[in-house]
Ligand binder design. Sequence first.
Ligand code: GLU
Ligand code: ZN
Length: 289
Amino acid sequence: MLPILPPITRFAPSPTGPLHLGHAYSALVAAERAGPDGTFLLRIEDIDQTRARPAWEAQIFDDLHWLGLSWPRPVMRQSDRLAQYRDALDHLWQGGLLYPCTCRRRDIDAALSAPQEGAPMHGPDGVIYPGTCRARAPRSGDMPKDAVLRLDMRAAVARTGPLRFRETGAGPDGQSGEIHLRPEDVIRATGDIILARRGMGTSYHLSVVVDDAAQGVTEVTRGADLFEATQIHVVLQALLGAATPDYLHHRLIRDDQGKRLAKRDDARSLATYRAAGATPQDIRRMVSL
Ligand code: GLU
Ligand code: ZN
């Protein structure tokens, strides 16, 4: 029998605004899933340096401590890991799986509104890229610097074959248990997603996969809004030789109108509730924990 490893979970906020009730719920779920024998990690996802602020990061530490959470230090900060992302991109580039994309937003819109294209399909990153640069872009030689790099999803899934992951929570349509990913479904649902953004050298999808692997995360806990992105992450894990963790997608915390809470929703920030005298127990009650 395989030994049962103590779970490693993580909460991975971006320091681009105040934490709200949805974040509190997500962090509490991650800590609870780690349990007394496991490890709950905090990771700061600050690759978007135009929006990340040290003051928001400090507020994240403060709010989470107040909630009663603790984690090993130093915390992993994505802005410190650009070399690791570069290595992962290089590996994919050497494998012929990436191509530079020079499309501007309006080129993509124009290609998608061409009469033969039909209604644009939406994937985890918004409209699905029509593939304009796929055939014409060079894929040999050195990886271009500071370019937008896309993953050729057809080539990627041709290499990985069918994949699967274990869902210990539920996707938006109740998807649960063993989730099978068929290559043709992944291509249709995601298209050639961006793995390196200009001025960033990485992307959410690439960084999250590289870091979950580096930290040995055994169960990724996060909102059900990221369920559709998980197929991308499982493909990347296969291409990069990383293990696929379990995924627990949890319900989203909504406001009284049923609208999903957003970062700019300062009225529901933990700081606002704290200032009004709420206790951590009040917060747990508000998110039905
Ligand atoms: N950093 C992401 C966010 O703020 C979360 C990423 C994840 O949990 O996979 O929504
Ligand atoms: Zn392009």
